[in-house]
Design a binder for this molecule. Structure first.
Ligand code: SF4
Ligand code: SF4
Length: 444
C-alpha cells in the first residue's frame, strides 16, 4: 500500500487514493508488460516502461521523490493502456495514471512553451466553434510556418489542407423501419470540425438498424482530453455537465453511444472523475451505459442489410480492408471483436490485421502535440505496417488515430504506392448499407 505519511509533499492523495494504492500494490514487478509498451519499445528505458512508471509514481506519492523528477517519464506515457491486458497480475494502470497526473499537476514545473501549447489546446479543442476558428488560423499559419514558434508547429502539421463545411446535427433522428430502441449520441468536439461525416454515418447506421437517435443539444466535450493530461478540475466540469444532460433522462436511453474511442473510454471513467462528489453514483450509472457504436450496432447486426462496397476498382473480386485497433477502444474498452465482426459481414470484404497491432499509432489524445518525436516514430511505424498490408482502405474507430494515420500515410505515399483511404468504421459501414434509394437525406 502507498504509505501516506506526514512528510509527504502531497497533502492528500484525493478521492481515488484507494484505487491508486491498489494498483501500486498489485504490481509484482515481473516485467511482462514491458514488451507491450510502445514507449519502452521506442525509448528502451526502464523508466519509460509501465513497471518503471509505477515505481516512479509510488516514490512520488510516498514523498521519496519530487514530482518534477518523475515528470518527463510520466509525460512520455501515452496512456494507451497496452500494459493492462499484458499484465498477469491484473494491475489497473488506468486507476493510477490519470488520478496521479491530476494530483501532481499543480506541483510540476512546466516550461512556458509547453504551458502555452497546453493552454491553447485546452481552450480550443473541446469547443467546436473555437476549434474551427483556430484551425482556420492554423491553416494560414501553416503556410507561414517559419513565423510560427516551434512549440506550435506540431499542432499545424496535423491540420488538413481544407476543412469540411460545418454541419448542424438535429436533436432527434427517427429510426428507419421498426423501432428497436432509443440511444443518445455524444457528438464529440474536434471530430465535428475535422470529420463531420463520421457523425452522419453513425446516425445513418443506427437509424438503419431501427434505433431512434437523440443528440442532446446541451452536451459538452466529454472531458477525456483534460482527464488524460491531468486537468482533473476541467474534466470534472465537463463530466458534471454531461451527467446532467445525459443522465437526467437516462432511463429513456438504452445506451449513450460514442464514436470516438477516447471519448468513450473517458465517459466510462466518469465514476472515477467525479469520485467523492455529490453525483458520483449518477456518474457511475451513466458510465455503465456508455457504449462504442460498434458494440451497439453489433447487438443488432442481424438487421444490417449490406452490399459490396462501391469504394474500390471495378473488377476486383475481393476488397481488402485493414483494421487498426484504437488503443482506447481495444485496451480501455475491451472492444476488439465487434468492429471486426461488422466488417466481416460486408460482402466481398477480406479483413486484414495490421502488424504490431498492440503498438499505439502515437495519437493518444494530445500526445502528438506534447511529445511529437515519439508520436512521429510511432506514427511512421504504424503507417508502414498499414502500407505493408496492401489494403486500399484502412478503418479505425477514433478520430485521433484517423488523423494520425492520414498524416503519416500521406507522407509515405508514392505514385506506385498511394496512401490507402482512411475511414471510420461507421463511414465504411454506412457506405455498404443496401438501401435503394438512400432514405437518408443527410448522406446525399
Ligand atoms: S506486468 Fe503487471 S505486475 Fe508485472 S511489472 Fe508490469 S504492471 Fe507490474
Ligand atoms: S499506458 Fe501505454 S505508454 Fe503508458 S506505460 Fe502503459 S503501455 Fe506504456
Amino acid at each position: 500500500m502507498i504509505a501516506m505519511q506526514h512528510d509527504i509533499p502531497l497533502e492528500s492523495s484525493g478521492p481515488n487514493a484507494d484505487a491508486m494504492a491498489e494498483a501500486v500494490s498489485t504490481c509484482i514487478r515481473c516485467g511482462f508488460c514491458l514488451s507491450a509498451c510502445p514507449t519502452y519499445d521506442v525509448l528502451q528505458r526502464e523508466s519509460d516502461s509501465p513497471r518503471g512508471r509505477i515505481i516512479l509514481m509510488k516514490e512520488v506519492l510516498e514523498g521519496a521523490m519530487p514530482a518534477d523528477k518523475a515528470a518527463p517519464h510520466l509525460d512520455a506515457c501515452l496512456g494507451c493502456l497496452a500494459c493492462e491486458p499484458a499484465c498477469p497480475s491484473g494491475v489497473s494502470y488506468r486507476h493510477l495514471l490519470s488520478p496521479y497526473r491530476s494530483l501532481v499537476r499543480e506541483r510540476t514545473t512546466v516550461a512556458w512553451p509547453q504551458r502555452l501549447q497546453r493552454w491553447l489546446t485546452a481552450q480550443t479543442l473541446p469547443y467546436p466553434k473555437r476549434f474551427r476558428f483556430a484551425a482556420r488560423m492554423g491553416m494560414i499559419g501553416k503556410k507561414l510556418s517559419a513565423l510560427v514558434p516551434p512549440v506550435l508547429r506540431p499542432m499545424l502539421e496535423l491540420l488538413p489542407e481544407t476543412l469540411p463545411a460545418a454541419k448542424e446535427l438535429q436533436p432527434r433522428y427517427a429510426p428507419m423501419g421498426d423501432q428497436v430502441g432509443r440511444v443518445a449520441l455524444l457528438a464529440g468536439c474536434a471530430q465535428q470540425v475535422l470529420a463531420p461525416q463520421i457523425n452522419e454515418a453513425t446516425i445513418h447506421v443506427l437509424r438503419h438498424i431501427g434505433l431512434e437517435v437523440v443528440v442532446p443539444t446541451q452536451q459538452s466535450c466529454c472531458g477525456s482530453l483534460a482527464w488524460h493530461v491531468g486537468d482533473g478540475d476541467r474534466a470534472a466540469k465537463f463530466a458534471r455537465n454531461n451527467v446532467r444532460v445525459f443522465a437526467g433522462d437516462q432511463s429513456s436511453f438504452d445506451a449513450v453511444v460514442t464514436n470516438a474511442a477516447g471519448c468513450g473510454s473517458g465517459m466510462q471513467e466518469y465514476g472515477m472523475i467525479l469520485r467523492g462528489t455529490d453525483i458520483e453514483s449518477q456518474a457511475s450509472d451513466l458510465a455503465g451505459k456508455v457504449k462504442d457504436v460498434s458494440v451497439v450496432v453489433c447487438e443488432h447486426a442481424d438487421r444490417l442489410r449490406l452490399k459490396r462496397p462501391a469504394l474500390v476498382h471495378e473488377g476486383e473480386a475481393i476488397v481488402r480492408v485493414a483494421y487498426h485497433d484504437a488503443c482506447h477502444l481495444a485496451n480501455a474498452q475491451g472492444v476488439r471483436v465487434q468492429p471486426r465482426e461488422l466488417l466481416r459481414r460486408v460482402p466481398d470484404v477480406e479483413l486484414v490485421d495490421v502488424a504490431e497491432a498492440h503498438l499505439c499509432c502515437g495519437s493518444a489524445g494530445t500526445y502528438n502535440l506534447d511529445q511529437p518525436e515519439t508520436a512521429d516514430e510511432l506514427g511512421r511505424r504504424k503507417a508502414k505496417a498499414v502500407m505493408a498490408t496492401g489494403a486500399p482502405i484502412v478503418v479505425s474507430g477514433n478520430i485521433g488515430c484517423l488523423t494520425q494515420l492520414q498524416t503519416h500515410l500521406n507522407s509515405m505515399a508514392t505514385e506506385a504506392h498511394p496512401a490507402p483511404r482512411v475511414m471510420h468504421t461507421m463511414e465504411f459501414l454506412s457506405a455498404c448499407l443496401n438501401e435503394s434509394p438512400s432514405p437518408n437525406p443527410i448522406l446525399n
